[in-house]
Design a protein around this ligand. Structure first.
Ligand SMILES: C[S@@+](CC[C@H](N)C(=O)[O-])C[C@H]1O[C@@H](n2cnc3c(N)ncnc32)[C@H](O)[C@@H]1O
Length: 193
């Protein structure tokens, strides 16, 4: 029998990584997914999928011909998604988000149209966040969009440093904890940093 996976218990064990005691709730998920415009053949990279609430909502919106690469560093969560999300468009990869570019290359997928990230940046330092942001920029194709939610905007300076075109698009008060959503575009003139 598959073991039970509790988001709350995983957060108690490793709060730095999990970043919250609760999975994202419908109001937040809806606002994130609304920012994605479905296009045939699109590639989306999701970072920090947890038990997959955003994964499922993205799949509802994505066309039949598309790919969703899901990165989750915690084995418990990656296994949970593997067991519970059966969809041929999805590849679940249990690895650090910063390695996503390597997988895109190996799978010959080119760059991502969207990176949708839930990785907690408020529990990491500026250097770690900068590393992650640079990796995200590298995995996006020119014109690609990076969408992130955050409970705190402590990493906003680093975000602005890496992405010229970035804006806070929403504040979702009816999520626990409340969250900001921001969106950044990798401009066509910019290559990976
Ligand atoms: C705030 S939770 C969000 C979970 C889920 N996406 C949701 O919205 O409910 C952050 C998730 O990011 C994962 N995570 C943290 N650092 C990561 C990293 N460097 N690479 C991949 N996943 C990471 C955590 O294990 C956790 O599942």
């Amino acid at each position: 029998m598959p073991k039970k996976t509790s988001f709350f218990i995983e957060a108690l064990k490793d709060f730095k990584r999990v970043g919250s005691f609760f999975p994202s709730q419908p109001a937040l998920i809806k606002k994130i997914v609304r920012l994605v415009k479905p296009v045939n053949g699109m590639v989306i990279v999701e970072l920090g999928a947890g038990k997959g609430p955003i994964t499922k909502a993205l799949l509802e919106k994505m066309p039949a011909k598309s790919v969703l690469l899901v990165f989750e560093v915690k084995e418990e969560f990656a296994d949970y998604i593997q067991r519970n999300v059966k969809d041929k468009r999805v590849r679940v990869i249990c690895d650090d988000a910063r390695n996503a570019g390597k997988y895109l290359k190996e799978m010959k997928l080119g760059g991502a149209d969207y990176v949708v990230s839930a990785i907690p940046m408020g529990t990491s330092n500026a250097r770690e966040n900068l590393q992650l942001l640079l990796a995200i920029k590298k995995m996006l194709k020119a014109g690609g969009v990076y969408i992130q939610f955050q409970y705190l905007l402590s990493s906003w300076r680093e975000v602005k440093k890496v992405f010229g075109k970035s804006k806070i698009v929403s504040f979702v008060a009816n999520n626990v904890p409340p969250a900001f959503i921001y969106q950044c575009v990798k401009e066509r003139s910019e290559s990976a940093v």
